[in-house]
Design a protein around this ligand. Structure first.
Ligand SMILES: Nc1nc2c(ncn2[C@@H]2O[C@H](COP(=O)(O)OP(=O)(O)O)[C@@H](O)[C@H]2O)c(=O)[nH]1
Ligand SMILES: [Mg+2]
Length: 443
């Protein structure tokens, strides 16, 4: 594993997080799924139109710049057309044609988990797509535990996400969580098999389940309608939660109609084909040719492929990601932390009521404002006091000078009055003064 990209991926899948390490010796435990095979990641640039360029309508611009990470998983028995459907869905031979195993070849004993990545760009929107394949599911004599490695794989991806969230630097979180799981139902025309029910029951709380009827071209239209009804009845009976397209109150009629149309097709009856065939009218279409005619993959009258693609990549990709993060991952995380004995510190993780939070923020803001006001008042008062004391000081100085001058004047006046009195009484002025006068006259 010299390629850092590949190795980071493999780490993400098989990493046993710091919490789940039950052997307690602190050493890195062996990957818990030694049977899982992770094939090298193929990076491809796809040219054909897929439809996720509509994503900007679902989310804001920031995500568009960063690009999207989306991981889809396909589960179902061998030969049901999983690889073909993925190729059809993303309009590219992501999976090369199958090489039949020689009879002598050793076959895996358990479900293998393989993943393939592709970078797709469409109208400036980048999508990093990962497809997780589960070859071998349901292929064994005893399939009782076929769901287990798949559940473990899904949870180990949650683990890896949790571990990344707990890092000091969370700038570059790789979201390898499985956002949608296409479950392939064999087109028996009867009802769900035990293995189907078991799988869905075990996984519905961990992944968005999207049931599909594989190779729907092998059933008649009525056969499909009956089969769908029975599948839905089974799903309801076993209280299995499959992905429900969310509906919003304030949406326009067109969107609601589209959502209803998509919901009405679940479980999608699909036909996959990665080759082009010619219709009797001479059109070149993706489809399968039969002596009795051509089944077109992209024709809504022929199968639900278009609706499935619409749901997966156009209308609900963001919803699938959101539900995975907000509900499935969150529940898993809570269960995991509680099982580890981590108690909720209610002072830190308070339930946040938006209006209460706003109220709280307003009170804080008001307190801050009044504090600022008080500070300003204080500064103002201080300035006023300084000014006042300065004024007082200069007033005192003035007063003192005034007093001084007044005293000087009073003294002068007293002197003058004394002189006047002396002149009036005919007494001569002081001899000293006369002497000075006389001296001046002598000069
Ligand atoms: N009739 C029919 N055959 C299909 C369909 N999709 C795939 N196949 C064929 O089924 C075989 C197994 O397909 P593959 O995609 O490898 O199945 P996987 O093992 O589930 O990945 C191939 O020969 C495909 O051409 C389909 O929708 N209808
Ligand atoms: Mg395959």
């Amino acid at each position: 594993m010299t390629d850092s990209y590949i190795s980071s991926r493999v780490d993400a899948f098989s990493s046993t997080n710091s919490y789940g390490n039950s052997n307690g010796n602190g050493s890195s435990p062996a990957p818990h799924q030694n049977n899982s095979v992770t094939s090298p990641v193929i990076r491809k640039k796809l040219m054909g139109y897929v439809g996720f360029a509509n994503l900007p309508n679902q989310v804001h611009r920031k995500s568009v710049r960063k690009g999207f990470q989306f991981t889809a998983m396909v589960v179902g028995e061998s030969g049901l057309g999983k690889s073909t459907l993925i190729n059809t869905l993303f309009n590219t031979p992501l999976y090369p044609p199958k090489q039949p195993l020689p009879p002598s070849a050793e076959r895996p004993k358990t479900v293998a988990i393989e993943s393939i990545g592709a970078d797709i760009e469409e109208n400036g929107v980048r999508l990093h797509l990962t497809v997780v394949d589960t070859p071998g599911f349901g292929d064994f004599v005893n399939n009782d535990d076929s769901w287990r490695p798949i559940l473990e794989n899904i949870e180990s991806r949650f683990d890896s996400y949790l571990e990344q969230e707990n890092r000091v630097n969370r700038q570059k979180i790789m979201d390898n969580r499985v956002h949608a799981c296409l479950y392939f139902i064999q087109p028996t025309g009867h009802s769900l098999k035990q293995i189907d029910i078991e799988f869905m029951r075990r996984l519905h709380t961990r992944v968005n389940l999207i049931p599909v009827i594989a190779k729907a071209d092998t059933l008649t239209d009525e056969g499909i309608a009956d089969f769908k009804a029975r599948i839905l009845a089974d799903i309801a009976h076993h209280k299995i939660q499959i992905f429900q397209a969310p509906t919003y109150e304030n949406e326009d009629e067109e969107t609601i109609a589209e959502a209803e149309e998509i919901a009405s097709k679940i479980p999608f009856a699909i036909v996959g084909s990665d080759h082009v065939v010619q219709t009797p009218e001479g059109r070149q279409v993706r489809g399968r040719a039969y002596p009795w005619g051509v089944i077109e993959v992209d024709n809504e009258e022929h199968c639900d492929f278009v609706k499935l693609r619409q749901m997966l990549v156009r209308t609900y990709m963001e919803e699938l990601r959101e539900y995975t993060n907000d509900v499935l991952y969150e529940n898993w995380r809570t269960e995991k932390l509680v099982s580890m004995g981590v108690a909720q510190d209610s002072t830190v993780f308070r339930e946040v009521n938006p209006s209460a939070k706003m109220q709280e923020e307003r009170i804080l803001h008001e307190a801050k404002l009044s504090k600022m006001e008080a500070e300003m008042k204080m500064v103002f008062q201080q300035k006023v006091q300084e000014k006042e004391s300065k004024l007082k000081q200069s007033e005192e100085e003035l007063y003192a000078r005034h007093k001084e001058m007044k005293e000087a004047l009073d003294k002068q006046r007293a002197d003058l009055e004394d002189k006047k009195r002396r002149i009036e009484s005919g007494r001569p002025l002081t001899p000293e003064k006369n002497a000075t006068k006389n001296r001046r006259f002598l000069r």
